[in-house]
Structure formats: C-alpha cells, structure tokens
Design a protein around this ligand. Structure first.
Ligand code: G4P
Length: 529
C-alpha cells in the first residue's frame, strides 16, 4: 500500500443545494477556515441566474469563472480537502450530476425558510443512486424559518433519508441564540459574523446547569432541555457506519453568512467523511490503494478564447499515482498519452502539478482527445461505470443557416456534445440532427458557441418531445420492428445507440405497455456494462 498515507489524508466532496440556499456562501466560509482565501467575497459565485438568459457574454464570463472554482483544494487540520464545485443554475444540472460521480461524499445545504426545494430533490436522487454519504447543513437560521421538528420531518419524508441531528438550534430568526452540540455537549452562542473562535463556546457538562439559563434565558433553556431529551431519545449516538452506508445523514444547523455552525460542520466532516473509495469499472472494482494509476474524466471545460480551441479535461484520480510527463493508456482511443502541464487547483489558483493521488482532480490540457467518461490507466482495458447520461428534457432540431459551414457545424456539434454541454441525436427518416438539453440556457450557449468558435450559424427549432429513452431488447427483430414502425419517433444517439423519442409521458407509458419485450432506459448507462 504504497500511497496509503496520501489516501488517508484526502477527502473529496461537493456541496449541493437548490439555488440560493447558500452553497457559495458556505464554500467561501470553508475556504476561509482552510486558509485558502483570506477575505470574504473572494469566491465569486458561478451563478448565472442573476442575468438575463440572453446575456451571452455574461454567461460565458461566468462559465470562465467557474473553471477557476471547479475544484478547490485546501487543507484543514492536516486533511487535504478537494471541494468540487457544481453549477448553481438548474439548466446545468447534468454538469452537477456528473460531478457527483467524482466525489466520495456531499454536503447538502437546505434553506431553513424554504425547506426542501425542487433541485434538492433531484440532487438527492442522484446521491441515492450512488449511495453517496450526505451531511445536511440547514442554513439561514438567522431568518424566521420553519419549526425545527417540522423541517426535519419534511426533509426525511421528501428526501427519503434518516436524519441525525448533530447540533440543535435555539430558536431562529431574530430570536436565534445559537446551537447546542449534541455530540460534543457544548453550547455555541450566536453572534453575527463570528470567527469561529472559542469565545462564544461553552462546555456543558450537564444541561440542567444554571449556566445554560444564564446564557440563553430560562424559557429557552427549558425548551432546549425538552428538545434535547426528545432528540437524544430518538437518535442516540451517530453510527458512523450508517452515515458511510448512506443510510443516515448527520444534520447541522447554522448560518453560513454569519460563519455560524460552519466550524462544527467542518470538524465533523474531517472526522467522519469517507476517504477516497473503491469504484466499479467495466471489468472489476478498482480500489485507491492499487499501485497503478486509473482515473476518469467527469468534466470538460472549453477555453473561452475562440482562437484557442483547447480544453481542460478534469480527471478524478481513482487509484495509484498520477505523474506529470508519464505515458498513460487512453482506453477508448487505445493510445498512449502524456501530459506535460497538468493542473491542480488550490482555491482559485491553477498551478502545474507533478503528481496527484486518489481523490485528487487534475486538469488535463486537451486538444480534443477527451470525452466525458473517458478512462486513463497504465495499460489495463477497463472503463469506470456509473457516469450516466440522463435523458434531456428539451429537444431542438438544428437547422444549418449557412450550407458553406456544414463541416464546421458537424465538428462543433460533436465537440460540444463531447464536453457534455448537450446530447446529440439523429432522427430516423430524414436524418434530422436533434440536440437535447436539460435547460433553455444551454441552447443559447450552444448557439452562441457554434457561431463564435466554429463560425456555424444555426437556427434551433423546438420539437415536441418530452424524453429520449435508450431502448434495448433481447430480440433484435422486435427492436427493428419497433424502430421501423415508430419512424421519426426513433433515432440514434452519438454513439449509434437506439433511442425512442417520446412526445409525452402518456405515449411513453403506452409504448412500454405495448412492447413488453423492449426495455426503455432513462440513462445511457445500459450501454456501458
Ligand atoms: P447559492 O450559491 O446556493 O445560490 O447561494 P448563495 O451562497 O449565493 O446565497 C444566496 C443568498 O443567501 C445570498 O444573498 C446570501 O448572502 C444569502 N445567505 C447565505 N447564507 C445566509 C445565511 O446564513 N443567512 C441569511 N440571512 N442569508 C444568507 P443575496 O442577496 O442573493 O446575494 P448577495 O448579494 O448577498 O451575494
């Protein structure tokens, strides 16, 4: 186990939330604790939502910023933490889903006022698919939020996960007085913009101590005692193995903007969060302590400068040691590649790295060799599974407005879809090119980039499809019949896999019922196993 010490030191995670719950603010406070930044406001949010969707330049500028914050590495109490950023805008949800394939755990931020929101649900579904351990941070306790018990019940019910409170709040909003740490048995009094120092922290040997009444008042002390009795009675001590098995999510209450509750969260995170984990591949399970390098690309970012069409491929190291200038095997292309300038990311600074270990993310300079999901090894032929492509939700036909630029358009479409910006389908009966995305904003980005980077001018016409399902069957004849019969409601994805383009849920269900020999899949993963 050559690299065990390096592996033991690393924790790789992402913060997820519905937009506006406080992900950016929490990220910044964590970086402050890690000493990776010195002042608040240093992390610019990669939120696109605040701008009109037609503000292309702003979208691109924001995308540029998000390269710098794609991976933030910092050290805290001897632990090297890799925080992988996820886009704030729901139209880029697929980017987030893919990033979640590269982490070992997540912190889920929930706004105490709004509770569980749409994106929270979707993101948790992805975490559940992969049994990713989750810690919940209930944010904005300085605002009049929902009743704490109701909120926990709502989260448990809506997200189908058992919660385990680690801290317990004393009121909320203007009356918010702080939290009681159920694990450490201490009381942290709320002050705005705390430095997380120990001035406002009090050890509580016995909750019945009058000191508690002095600190938070008799009435609130009484309520806290009752609450803690109840919570302790129900939950007891956190079983870390249940958290690691994604059966239980520890919960913290706080206020990110006030830096309150963040230290507790971080201290617990480094204590219990999983080390780099073993991962399934097409042929076997690969574990971090193997000597030979393996890793996969989960994100590709294009250069903003149209004159340089280079890209950065983000690779998560899964086993062994990654070294600069060493040749590795690019499994899909069956060729050996090496990297003279791989990047690592310390906070917002990109710098060249000589080596990287499991859990780390390296930025590989790419001139078009990489696709999302590509695997590098030291010769063995396998690829990491579980990096699915989900069905898009909006479909548009690509109409070439300039026949002189057909080649450029084709190249642009292929490259942009390799980056995972959108999915490309070719419809049967007419060979229409269809792009599918999760949100409208992506279409604007594509149209803009096709023109700027490839000189291809396109019109995008909305199509009445609701989902693209990958179809398979043990009986090739049935598939053939189905595609012949359904004509323009079928097509192929970029890799030539058959898809059914459903106009509505009703059509989809009808086809499923009428064709029991055909399987309808909502992610392309089926073709990788
Ligand atoms: P996001 O990345 O999840 O989208 O959320 P972000 O951190 O940007 O926070 C969304 C808004 O919520 C921000 O206000 C932020 O200041 C505020 N916020 C974050 N944590 C807390 C908290 O603990 N308490 C309260 N009361 N507010 C919090 P904004 O006005 O939208 O943006 P800004 O102008 O402050 O940047």
């Amino acid at each position: 186990m050559k690299y065990q010490n390096e592996i033991n030191k690393r924790r790789t995670f992402a913060i997820i939330s519905h937009p506006d719950a406080g992900k950016t603010t929490l990220t910044e406070k964590l970086l402050l604790f890690g000493g990776a930044i010195q002042v608040a406001g240093a992390v610019k949010s990669n939120k696109i939502k605040k701008f009109a969707t037609s503000d292309f330049m702003e979208i691109e500028r924001q995308r540029g910023i998000s390269v710098a914050t794609s991976v933030m590495t910092f050290e805290y109490n001897g632990i090297l933490i890799n925080l992988l950023d996820t886009p704030g805008h729901k139209d880029f949800a697929e980017d987030t889903y893919r990033t979640l394939t590269a982490v070992d755990s997540v912190i889920l931020v929930i706004d105490s006022v709004n509770g569980v929101e749409e994106q929270t649900r979707k993101l948790m579904e992805v975490c559940r698919m992969r049994d990713t351990p989750v810690i919940v941070f209930i944010n904005k306790m300085d605002r009049d939020g929902k009743n704490r018990f109701d909120l926990l019940e709502e989260i448990e019910k809506e997200l189908s996960i058992h919660l385990h409170p680690m801290t317990w709040p004393i009121n909320s909003g203007k009356e918010f007085k702080g939290v009681y740490n159920l694990h450490d048995k201490s009381l942290r009094l709320f002050t705005a913009n705390t430095k997380g120092s120990d001035e406002d922290l009090f050890a509580v040997i016995n909750l019945n101590d009058t000191m508690v009444d002095e600190k938070i008042g008799e009435k609130d002390a009484g309520t806290l005692r009752e609450d803690v009795d109840l919570v302790d009675g129900v939950h007891g001590v956190l079983m870390v193995e249940d958290y690691l098995a994604a059966k239980v999510a520890p919960v913290f209450f706080g206020s990110a903007i006030n830096n309150f509750g963040v230290k507790e969260l971080l201290d617990t995170f480094i204590r219990i969060a999983p080390l780099p984990q073993c991962r399934p591949t097409s042929s076997r399970i690969v574990c971090p302590d193997e000597e030979k390098l393996s890793g996969f690309v989960f994100k590709i970012h294009a250069n903003l400068d149209p004159k340089h069409r280079d890209r950065i491929a983000f690779m998560r190291v899964c086993s062994g040691k990654f070294e600069r200038n060493k040749y590795y095997h690019h499994v899909r292309l069956d060729k050996d590649v090496r990297f003279s300038n791989p990047y690592s990311f310390m906070a917002r600074e990109k710098s060249i790295v000589d080596d990287a270990y499991p859990g780390d993310v390296v930025g590989l300079f790419d001139t078009g060799n990489f696709k999302i999901g590509d695997t590098l090894t030291e010769g063995e032929n396998f690829y990491f599974t579980g990096i699915p492509t989900f069905s898009p939700e909006i479909f548009k036909e690509v109409v070439n407005k300039d026949p002189m630029k057909t080649k450029q358009l084709e190249k642009g479409l292929l490259q942009l879809t390799d980056e995972g910006v959108a999915q490309l389908f070719t419809q049967h009966g007419g060979n229409k090119k269809i792009i599918g995305c999760v949100g409208e904003l992506q279409f604007e980005v594509i149209q803009y980039r096709l023109l700027q980077e490839y000189g291809a001018s396109v019109q995008l016409n909305t199509l009445p499809f609701y989902k693209a399902c990958w179809i398979t069957s043990d009986d090739p004849k049935k598939l053939e019949e189905f595609t012949r019969f359904k004509g323009a409601n079928t097509g192929v994805d970029k890799d030539g896999h058959l898809v059914y383009l459903a106009q509505s849920e009703w059509f989809l269900n009808t086809e499923r019922n009428n064709n029991p020999e055909i399987e309808f899949h909502f992610s392309s993963e089926v073709h990788k196993n």
